[in-house]
Design a protein around this ligand. Structure first.
Ligand SMILES: Nc1nc2c(c(=O)[nH]1)N[C@H]1C(S)=C(S)[C@@H](COP(=O)(O)O)O[C@H]1N2
Ligand SMILES: [Mo]
Length: 390
């Protein structure tokens, strides 16, 4: 037990007004035995586990996309990001039924009188509101985001990132406060637990159904079950989903232009300007690699193209150089991406010209796109036109 400063536990002085009449009759109205500690405790444990996994995997995703200077991600295992991001989205989705059930279970407590027994209790309750508000915000906007419903005015990624810290902070304090009680509750086994067990199994079942009907967006053998998934492996041009089309990015004319050239510039010993025919004449390599989108879907494909390292070595690039890959796309957040040494040295990192046996579809990045192992989809730049070495 944590000993709290006396100031926080001292009962609030002064007379509170009598509770409003509606509140005094409330206890009789919440007769369901499901509004109880036991249900709340088990749902809390499941939610806590989901949030912990979502937080850690979210952090991985953030750091892969915005690596601080002292940190570089390995390019292997090839499917690492696919797994962490799949877990991120699946635990987030599984949390939706859990959170709704938990809120329903505990909502009578919203109306408790007095609202706070002590200053410490007031702070505790305030933190619960922060936790509930933050969790609802995170799950609602998260689901909207993976369904490409950008109805909000703020930038999702930034809001999602900072809200995660608020939630995890409030959650740690909440767990510290509830730990002893929760332990006691789940260790005892009441005789009349059948209804509660049925309720809990129904809620966990609902989470299971949500996951089962979505997880096929990244576990391809289950693709046919994935009726809730907006993107599925196998569906899209060349058997591959498309996130942003060439038309949507305004690159159709530029990408089709026979005058297209790939240039390699910046800190190089020889600047290069390569036509598509010149690239095609270089040694062709094959790599079986997934696109693993931050939104949770992923799909594996067989890519063919030239190794990025072959092109960079032709230009005489230092081994420790960073490379910025730039797209023909003129606007948009994902028109460039950074490739650090572990990724460009990897023999599987390609400037792909073909996928699944055909020249790249316009929507998959024709004439040339980046594909690298263990890398978020947003960093697999399509319609590449320039490599800038730094
Ligand atoms: N230039 C450019 N490249 C891009 C994007 C983009 O918007 N512009 N979207 C990225 C995202 S979010 C994903 S998931 C992958 C999807 O590749 P695909 O459409 O070929 O499946 O492309 C990435 N490459
Ligand atoms: Mo993506």
């Amino acid at each position: 037990m944590v000993r709290r400063p006396a100031l926080l536990t001292r009962p609030l002085r002064g007379r509170l007004p009598e509770p409003p009449a509606a509140l005094t009759t409330l206890p009789e109205r919440f007769t369901s035995r499901l509004h109880d500690e036991r249900v709340a405790a088990w749902l809390g444990i499941a939610l806590g586990a989901c949030f912990l996994v979502a937080f850690c995997t979210g952090l991985v995703s953030h750091l892969m996309q915005n690596p601080p200077n002292w940190m570089t991600w390995p390019s292997r295992p090839v499917n690492l990001y696919r797994v962490t991001q799949g877990l991120h989205v699946m635990t987030g989705l599984a949390a939706v039924p859990l959170l709704l059930a938990k809120l329903w279970t505990v909502y009578p407590r919203l109306l408790q009188w007095p609202p706070a027994r002590s200053a410490g209790h007031a702070v505790e309750r305030l933190l619960v509101f922060v936790l509930v508000g933050g969790s609802l915000f995170q799950l609602v906007t998260g689901v909207m985001n993976i369904d490409y419903w950008y109805a909000f005015r703020f930038f999702f990624t930034t809001a999602h990132y900072w809200t995660a810290y608020i939630i995890i902070g409030a959650l740690l304090i909440h767990v510290a406060n509830e730990w002893a009680k929760t332990r006691r509750t789940v260790m005892t086994r009441p005789a009349d637990g059948l209804r509660r067990r049925t309720f809990l199994l129904t809620v966990f079942g609902a989470s299971g159904v949500v996951v089962a009907t979505t997880v096929g967006e990244t576990v391809s053998p289950l693709a046919r079950l994935a009726v809730l998934a907006p993107r599925r492996p196998g569906i899209g041009p060349q058997g591959l989903p498309v996130n942003k089309s060439a038309a949507g990015s305004g690159v159709t004319a530029l990408a089709r232009d026979p005058g297209w050239r790939l240039t390699v510039t910046g800190r190089v010993r020889r600047e290069l300007t390569l036509s598509l025919a010149q690239l095609q004449a270089m040694p062709m390599r094959t790599a079986r690699l997934p696109i693993a989108c931050v939104e949770g879907w992923s799909a594996e494909a067989t890519w063919q193209g030239v190794r990025l390292r072959d092109v960079l070595r032709m230009a005489g690039v230092d081994d420790d150089a960073d490379v910025r890959v730039e797209s023909l796309e003129r606007y948009g957040l994902y028109r460039t991406s950074e490739v650090r040494p572990p990724h460009w040295h990897d023999p599987l990192t390609l400037l792909a010209l073909r996928v699944n046996g055909e020249p790249l579809d316009l929507d998959h990045g024709y004439p040339c796109r980046l594909i690298a192992p263990n890398r978020p989809g947003v960093m697999q730049t399509k319609w590449v036109e320039r490599l800038v070495v730094r």
